[in-house]
Design a protein around this ligand. Structure first.
Ligand code: FAD
Length: 307
């Protein structure tokens, strides 16, 4: 029951100020956020590569309020891609972006977000990698899918994310499971109303399995974003039934969560990509991680109280 309360708090400026200033916060944030700067995240990409893992890098930030911030988001990704190029790490790391950080909710936001994300996708393509558009709350998705379709005309490997908790997603999966597409399926991390989304965990898990089946039966490249051991085992079985080799889909997990499982799946011969978030505007990302597991909140509360 705490999850929805924390997700509501993730949109509150008052809570943002309180959490950001609380002593003890940094210690908990560090579990989920790989660093504040490009310089701090590069060794993590190198370490992951040495362990046989790939990464997708997310410069944290969302729900910006000015056009200048949207340009800063674009420039942060361009700086990251430059560093990956310099170090020859282009093929080890792809990028994940949130369109709300590129200005999607501002005036003419759809056009602005597309104009800001296009140079990032171009620069990623030039160093041999790709960009995946994260899925945010359901009101943003028609615009996200339209931007995805537009980008794919020139950069067909541009990926997108679909969320199992939404009723619409099975249809989206059918549309997207086509040749050359890269689709990440996740359970969904936002607070969504019962009019658009399953609220019950078992219903979400069942929908997740139905969608993995659709993606595996299609001709695209499924990316399974989950830490749930049951869904991972079911995915492996569905991939086998669909006749897919381990390099014809991949697992993805978040930095700081079930790290031993990242290594285990990679050692079994699976492609494993670690979603690695970094930067200073970590509040929204961090609060969603707290909401996913009540024990995290307890740990967080303890670390504040003992400081
Ligand atoms: P759960 O049933 O929530 O978790 C299974 C087990 O994993 C738990 O029992 C626990 O052991 C562990 N676990 C899960 N979460 C945590 C946590 N926060 N802290 C500690 N342990 C945890 N959501 C979106 O809405 N849009 C996106 O674009 C998006 N991108 C994602 C990308 C990746 C690579 C991943 C892995 C997730 C992404 N998510 C995204 C989040 C996703 O929607 C879920 O909220 C999140 O993955 C938790 O669901 P789960 O499938 O891991 O299953």
């Amino acid at each position: 029951m705490l999850g929805p309360v924390i997700l509501a708090a993730s949109r509150s400026d008052k809570m943002r100020r309180f959490v950001s200033a609380a002593p003890g916060t940094k210690q908990v944030v560090d579990r989920f956020i790989a660093g504040e700067t490009v310089g701090q995240v590069i060794p993590i990409v190198e370490d992951a590569a040495a362990k046989g893992l790939e990464v997708t890098l997310d410069v944290v930030g969302e729900d910006i309020t000015t056009v200048e911030q949207s340009y800063a988001a674009r420039d942060a990704y361009l700086e990251l891609i430059d560093r990956l190029k310099e170090l020859g790490l282009g093929e080890k790391a792809e990028m994940s972006v949130k369109l709300s950080m590129f200005g999607q909710a501002l005036e003419n936001g759809h056009e602005l977000a597309l104009a800001n994300v296009r140079p990032v996708v171009e620069a990623a393509d030039a160093i041999g990698t790709t960009v995946t558009l994260d899925a945010e709350d359901h009101t943003t998705l028609d615009s996200m899918f339209a931007i995805h379709e537009e980008l794919r005309k020139d950069f067909p490997k541009t990926g997108c994310v679909i969320q199992a908790y939404l009723f619409r997603t099975e249809d989206d999966a059918r549309r997207l499971a086509a040749a050359g597409s890269r689709v990440r399926i996740v359970k969904g991390a936002y607070k969504e109303p019962a009019s658009v989304a399953y609220q019950d965990k078992a219903e979400i898990d069942k929908a997740f399995v139905r969608i993995v089946k659709i993606l595996m039966a299609g001709s695209g490249y499924p990316m399974i974003g989950s830490h749930d051991p049951r869904l991972i085992a079911i995915t492996q079985e569905l991939a086998r039934q669909a006749g897919r080799n381990p390099d014809e889909y991949e697992f993805q997990m978040l930095y700081g969560i079930r790290s031993e499982e990242h290594i285990r799946l990679a050692a079994e011969g699976h492609r494993m990509r670690v979603y690695t978030a970094y930067g200073t505007d970590w509040y929204g990302y961090f609060m969603r991680r707290l909401a996913e597991k009540p024990a995290n909140l307890l740990f967080f509360a303890r670390s504040i109280l003992t400081k």
